[in-house]
Design a binder for this molecule. Structure first.
Ligand SMILES: Cc1ncc(COP(=O)(O)O)c(C=O)c1O
Length: 419
């Protein structure tokens, strides 16, 4: 923890980048990225940026090695208990995508066919809700959305009760991008295992932030994005498929090998990958993962949660502020959504940005169902999300700013309910 803090203090270029702005929108994308991410991506792309697997030249082999090494690094990162037991996780079942959205589409479309039933939750991002709804509307599938309790948790027994003979997938959000609440994946995974239904997890807000062990949680498909807690460039992400899981491929195209075969290849990674990969991005993502491992998830999280505790407590003391989800720091990530009585959330975000240089995210955060549940549609909430490069000073400034805006209380906005 102290080593991480000292590193943070002595990192001059971060201060320069952040000069004049307080970035509290890390749930959208982490910013800034560690220098090693840009440096590695640039270095790799300028020296080795050729298409891997398409030719046998040295550069292509080097590119392939980088890709394979990254598959292996992520396979191990999400499967620590296998690594500890000396069992190799098949690195080819780590497939790269453009982002969590593409990963989640591949999972839903590959697992939910006509007449199948999928269980998900009201906490999901549109990258789950929309593919699920398309399976239902356009392909004759059925869906069940589980409602969270008053603290934002999904009761695993509600999942059990919803399972039917035709349930082919349970897909849940690990950490909510609206409330920050973290679900108990072990308990959900245990129910799925007992009932024999594959579990898919959207780890967009938790990969790199919390340890995730696929075997321990019985996860068949782990979707991740590269540009948030893994500090990779945008346009990176993937799926880690458990070695015993089955899924249908739903994209078809070039693989660079066995080109004469008229149909897409069944073997991994090709089953879920087609076309040229984001080489430059994957090199940066590899460096992002290396950075997380070097700093230590525990240390990064301790820093973020220390700041978050101050934020949560401070906001709770400001009259008119309301926020949702458990206050238990052990069971959340450093993201919080709030409303301010008599204010439109968009206006609060604009004031924070223009008057104080504080960047938050306002609106529904692509997760409309949880806002419906909280009664915060259509205008949504103001979301604060803390990252490793934030400081206590940032949090203190944010709290002062919200307190000043709250104290001002200039007008009652027409049409906005008092809550
Ligand atoms: C919980 C959750 N799922 C999925 C996504 C989609 O991620 P991406 O933009 O990488 O597709 C996000 C992005 O904010 C998210 O927070």
């Amino acid at each position: 923890m102290h080593a991480f803090r000292n590193w943070l203090k002595n990192k001059p270029d971060i201060g320069a980048i952040m000069d004049g702005i307080i970035y509290l929108d890390n749930a959208a994308t982490s910013f800034p990225k560690p220098d090693v991410v840009h440096d590695t991506a640039r270095e790799f792309y300028s020296k080795t940026g050729v298409n891997p697997g398409r030719t046998g030249c040295d550069l292509a082999i080097a590119a392939e090695q980088m890709i394979h090494g990254t598959r292996k690094a992520f396979s191990e990162f999400f499967n620590k208990s296998l690594v500890d037991a000396g069992i190799e996780k098949d690195p080819n079942r780590l497939v790269f995508t453009m982002n969590a959205t593409m990963s989640l589409n591949l999972i839903v479309n590959g697992m939910v066919g006509p007449g199948d039933h999928v269980i998900t939750t009201m906490l999901e991002h549109n990258s789950v809700i929309r593919p699920v709804n398309h399976r239902v509307r356009d392909h004759g599938a059925e869906s069940t959305y589980i409602v969270p309790d008053s603290e934002g948790y999904i009761d695993p027994e509600d999942i059990r009760k919803a399972i039917k003979k035709n349930t082919t997938l349970v897909i849940v959000n690990h950490g909510s991008n609206v409330t920050g609440v973290v679900q108990d994946l072990k308990a959900i995974g245990a129910v799925c295992k007992e009932e024999g239904v594959p579990l898919a997890v959207d780890s967009a807000q938790t990969a790199g932030v919390l340890p995730i062990d696929m075997m321990e949680c019985n996860i068949s498909f782990l979707s991740f994005t590269g540009h948030k807690g893994l500090f990779g460039p945008t346009g990176t992400g993937g799926i880690c498929v458990a070695d015993d899981a089955e899924i249908k491929g739903t994209i078809y195209g070039g693989t660079g090998v066995r080109s004469a075969v008229p149909y897409h290849l069944e073997e991994y990674p090709y089953r879920l990958e087609a076309g040229t990969l984001n080489l430059c991005g994957i090199a940066g993502l590899n460096a992002g993962l290396g950075w997380v491992k070097e700093k230590g998830i525990k240390n990064i999280r301790a820093h973020e949660m220390e700041l978050f505790e101050k934020l949560q407590t401070g906001l709770g003391e400001i009259p008119g502020v309301k926020f949702w989800g458990t206050k238990n720091l052990e069971r959340r990530v450093a993201t919080l959504s709030m409303t301010l009585e008599n204010y439109d959330a968009q206006d609060v975000g604009t004031i924070l940005d223009v008057e104080y240089g504080i960047q938050t995210r306002t609106g529904l955060h692509c997760a409309p169902l949880i806002h419906e549940h909280h009664g915060t549609v259509p205008r949504g909430t103001v979301r604060f999300s803390v990252g490793p490069f934030n400081t206590m000073e940032h949090i203190e400034t944010a709290l002062r700013a919200v307190a000043e805006v709250a104290a001002d209380r200039p007008v009652e906005v027409a049409g906005l309910e008092k809550s």
